[in-house]
Design a protein. Sequence first.
Length: 167
Amino acid sequence: MFLAHIPAGYLLTKRIEARWRTSGLMPVGLAASILPDLDLVRFYVVDHRRVLHHEYWTHVPFWWVTIAATWYLGFAVMRRRTAGARSAVFFGNIFLHLVLDTVVGRVAWLAPFSRRAFALVAVPAGYHWWVWNFVLHWTFALEVLVVAWAVADAVWRPVGARCEAKT
């Protein structure tokens, strides 16, 4: 995914805010929606593109499950009933990122028990510049759909919410 992580994070965060009847979580949601891709800095600067960035720990679901479990266990030990909407937004957006990457990117869902990486669709290399392989593939329409959905939600949802509040 190139474009859909932040719009998808926006949509998920809006749904969690509505479910928990809270607000102000959008910065956390948007940051978490792209957090696994911070490994791109290492990919380009340190490893000089020799290791696919989906092979770094930030794209391995097992480590995020471990971090989330530790986080929620910490809340249980402190005898707090819930880790709250902020945690749901944070971890929800990270896992949404990994699910979206699984569409055409390879994510090792069974790591560290298996090195096999999964992708729903294989994008063939047909163009010299690798980006065109993805942009001109039919799966890019899914990204455009997510972006359009987020834009539509941002444009029309607040108007509908204001109308409902007046009645």
